[in-house]
Design a binder for this molecule. Sequence first.
Ligand code: DAT
Ligand code: MG
Length: 140
Amino acid sequence: NSTERTLVLVKPDGVRRGLVGEVLRRIETKGYTLAAVQLLTASDDLLAAHYAEHEGKPFYGPLVEFMKSGPVVAVVAEGQGVIPGFRSLAGATDPTAAAPGTIRGDLGRDWGLKVQQNLVHGSDSVESAEREIGLWFPGL
Ligand code: DAT
Ligand code: MG
């Protein structure tokens, strides 16, 4: 339970809907620290590397297209247990199934919703976090 870092992305739907501040507020009020924040539109190469584990799955193409559809906010958050802790704040992958109180559960919409439009990404392990931080923040 020592201090660790995770990569959070506010996805294009979250940026378009003006929810960047709300996501950062939840990270900060939980007690995590923001170590880096950047607004950018991701390239094909960056997204291919970021989502390499999902290459070949049926949702991979739509996922990458969606992630390129507008700017995202990339965040490095720091704190005790922040990797599972942020995933717990985010809630279940499918916003229609995510519990109330979570980012996806409170803010996800269920009309016309695609699963990839689930507002946020959070790293799922120490190894993924270090790999993803290196991709989105080279040199950090
Ligand atoms: P998570 O973002 O909760 O870590 P994941 O790593 O399994 O979920 O999948 C990455 C993203 O891909 C996820 O945020 C949304 C999309 N996705 C996952 N499963 C999907 C599915 N069955 N249909 C459509 N999109 C999916
Ligand atoms: Mg994942």
